[in-house]
Design a protein around this ligand. Structure first.
Ligand code: ARG
Length: 575
């Protein structure tokens, strides 16, 4: 059991003992400042309000009723009624030793469906896809680690009007003898050529429009061309995922087109039940729950007057699939903040139409934009969109330069292997360490710095731990011995190690990866302080101290390794 839960349990019992209702929470958190102890209980003020009592008096009563003698050296009342808990060193040491054997969670596993990445297949993946892809991937990994059942859903945009133009372009090239592979070798250029032709040649534009209709009505010729295009584009995306160390695979793709055959039935079902109504030839849903300032209901079109279906229609079908077929308990969407209204409409309509039951939580977790140093959305020097392919190449190149300077004993192929991990790690960490809802400035120098809350700093901390074990000539993984906590540095480090699971629970609850980054940074910093103050390999160190400290090193290393893995970042033993 986590430290937090142990205190919650003890304090809850005491709270019930002094006559408070059973559901009152002591609300225990790690303290924000060292002078507030190691943990603090913040729940007394709220409980006092409900009970109509003086909070400090109530805190006194609770402490008198609580048995904390084996856990704390001191439990003091502070400010308006906080309880500050100063933990006993022996208790911390005992927790750390027990922690290994009892890592099982008592929670019932949930089925968590996670919608992320979802690039549009008409173009190559670019920086605009990065945040959804890596934030979603981190959250998926964390849920899996905590024992939940995760279903990844890559809602790729592979359907819609642009594809008429693209297959017309593809046909044009293939009839003049070129192979699809060759023509589609640079998707970006291909898209540009198609677009130029579409805008300047009216016959081509007509053909493209005709092809959209033929494609959507199942015409074999158009479908074949479309499939060619989609296959190449998907392969490109899978390569990017692989290079980025993102866990999305082919089997997670559930693209827009896969819902196509369900849309007609869905719309007529919603019409029959009166949820969707006719409006100027279109089928719409009025959402009174989302009305504007004048009380007018928000309108969601689910079939256009020409019979075409929309992004929203597909999302309703996807919602139903996730709730009823995938049996989700939670459905998480990692999509740009600009789609907030769209998501609100989909959720509201989905509930209204009974596509998803009330027990299932629907969560849009939006994120801000990646900005350039000029404060505008990140672009190439000439103002174009930055392809992920190029971003990845550049990160590896920059990391290689850094590693070569830092460690001149490495061979070129070693440098490349390390640079891949460091470069990719730097990009991902820079993104994941910011609160997801805000915009952030993309800055190569800052993200590749070896100081501060960066990926390279954590990877470097990990290499330091590896080298301790190399010098000690012992295997790091699983090294475990009795832990003795004697001084403040050891105490702080132990506490940090013990808080890992609490942090992961919070990350999973709120879908906020930056909490994990902040935690790992604090852990690595606590380790550096410990390492400075507490000798390990010196011959004067007593055997049990040596073993205890080496155990702390191993547990720190293991936690950094797992923490980075959950962020989708690899470690290296040297750098
Ligand atoms: N393809 C969409 C886009 O590029 C993102 C898909 C997000 N997922 C969803 N279920 N709508 O904007």
């Amino acid at each position: 059991m986590s430290i937090k839960s142990i205190f919650e349990q003890r304090l809850s019992t005491a709270m019930v003992g002094v006559g408070l209702p059973t559901e009152t929470s002591p609300s225990v958190r790690p303290s924000v400042r060292p002078e507030f102890g190691d943990y603090q209980a913040n729940g007394v003020m709220r409980a006092a309000k409900v009970a109509g009592e003086n909070p400090r008096n109530l805190a006194k009563k609770i402490l008198a009723a609580a048995d904390l003698s084996d856990l704390v050296d001191l439990a003091e009342i502070a400010g308006p009624g906080f309880i500050n808990l100063h933990l006993k060193k022996v208790f911390i040491a005992k927790q750390l030793s027990e922690n290994d054997s009892k890592r099982t969670s008592t929670r019932v596993p949930k089925t968590v469906v996670i919608d992320y990445s979802g690039p549009n297949l008409a173009k190559e993946m670019h920086v605009g896809h990065l945040r959804s892809t890596i934030i979603g991937d981190c959250i998926a990994r964390v849920h899996e680690h905590l024992g939940n059942k995760v279903v990844r859903q890559n809602h790729m945009g592979d359907w819609g009007t642009q594809f008429g133009m693209l297959i017309a372009e593809l046909e044009y090239h293939m009839t003049s003898g070129e192979t699809a592979e060759l023509v589609l070798n640079d998707l970006e250029k291909f898209y540009q050529r198609a677009k130029t032709r579409f805008d300047s040649e009216s016959a081509f534009a007509d053909q493209a429009r005709k092809y959209v209709v033929r494609l959507q009505s199942g015409d074999q010729h158009c479908l074949r061309l479309w499939q060619h295009f989609i296959d190449v584009s998907i392969q490109h995306n899978l390569n990017i995922y692989h290079r980025l160390n993102v866990s999305l695979k082919k089997e997670h793709i559930k693209a827009e087109s896969s819902y196509n055959h369900q849309l007609e039935e869905l719309v007529s079902r919603l019409s029959r039940s009166g949820i969707a109504v006719d409006d100027q030839g279109a089928k719409v849903i009025f959402l009174h729950e989302i009305s504007d300032r004048n009380g007018r209901a928000s309108v969601m079109i689910i079939r256009k007057s020409d019979g075409g279906y929309l992004y929203a229609t597909t999302d309703l079908a996807a919602l139903e699939h996730r709730a009823k077929i995938l049996k989700a308990n939670r459905i998480l969407y990692f999509i740009d903040a600009r789609q907030a209204l769209h998501m609100k409409q989909v959720f509201s309509a989905g509930r209204l139409a009974g596509l998803v039951s009330d027990e299932v939580t629907l969560e849009h977790h939006p994120f801000g934009t990646m900005m350039g140093n000029d404060g505008k959305p990140f672009k190439t020097r000439t103002g174009g969109t930055v392809k992920l392919e190029n971003l990845i190449d550049e990160s590896i190149q920059r990391a290689a330069d850094l590693v070569a300077i830092k460690n001149s004993t490495l061979h070129d192929n070693e440098i490349l292997e390390i640079a891949k991990k460091v470069g990719i790690g730097a990009i991902k960490y820079a993104d994941l360490s910011k609160h997801r809802s805000t915009d952030y400035v993309f800055n190569w120098d800052a993200m590749l710095s070896l100081n501060g809350n960066t990926g390279p700093y954590l990877q470097y901390a990990y290499t330091r731990i590896c080298s301790i074990f190399k010098r000690a000539k012992v295997e790091m993984t699983q090294y475990s011995s009795k832990v003795i906590v004697n001084n403040d540095e050891e105490k702080k480090l132990c506490l940090k190690i013990l808080q890992f699971n609490e942090v992961l629970e919070q990350v999973a609850e709120d879908s906020l990866p930056h909490l994990l980054c902040g935690y790992l940074y604090e852990l690595a910093s606590a380790f550096m302080c410990f390492y400075e103050k507490c000798p390990i390999l010196k011959s004067t160190v007593a055997v049990e101290t040596y073993q205890s400290r080496l155990t702390l090193c191993s547990k720190t290393g293991e936690t950094i390794f797992t923490g980075l893995k959950l962020l989708g970042i690899e470690v290296t033993e040297k750098m």
